[in-house]
Write a protein that binds this ligand. Structure first.
Ligand SMILES: [Cu+2]
Length: 170
């Protein structure tokens, strides 16, 4: 026997033609009726949909607001209140204030919106869920204190966590 024929015989022993026919219907289950390419396509679709959902979830976590303007006063609004509750600006100065909502739209009380309002100065800044926006205003020319508040949620002005003091220094 030559080396070639021996190899051929060994290979033949394991060729698909010699695989027992019972493999196809193992455990008596019927063969899948869908063709293999279609099954692969369905699997890929499911994987993409599930994977996409997972990526979306992670992305929405990463979208939690961060300060975007380092030169602006930062005020965060959440269901826990405004933060900080004390701000100081110079009289007559141009003030940039970045208002951020750290709440999602799923809050039934206000839908994740928060506000920075100072009635005496005609200021009423509002920001939507999980977002931030930079607002500008000119500080009053005279020193004094002003009350700012969020009136959208959690009792608004009546809630001490939603009310802060803006101090204007000379
Ligand atoms: Cu609020």
């Amino acid at each position: 026997m030559t080396r070639q024929t021996r190899t051929a015989r060994l290979a033949g022993r394991h060729s698909p033609g010699h695989v027992p026919a019972t493999t196809a219907g193992a455990h008596g289950r019927p063969r899948a009726v869908l063709p293999r390419p279609l099954r692969l396509a369905i699997f890929a679709t499911i994987a993409i949909v599930l994977g996409g959902g997972a990526i979306g979830l992670v992305a929405s976590r990463l979208q939690a607001p961060v300060a975007t303007d380092a030169t602006a006063l930062q005020v965060h609004g959440s269901m826990g209140g405004l933060d900080p509750l004390e701000l100081t600006v110079k009289a007559g100065s141009a003030v940039k204030l970045e208002l951020t909502s750290t709440d999602t739209q799923f809050h039934s009380d206000g839908g994740g919106w928060h506000e920075f309002a100072i009635d005496e100065l005609g200021i009423d800044f509002k920001v939507g869920p999980l977002s931030s926006q930079v607002f500008e205003f000119t500080a009053p020319k005279t020193a004094g204190t002003y009350t700012y508040y969020c009136g959208i949620c959690c009792g608004g002005k009546e809630n001490p966590t939603m009310v802060g003091i803006l101090t204007v220094t000379a």
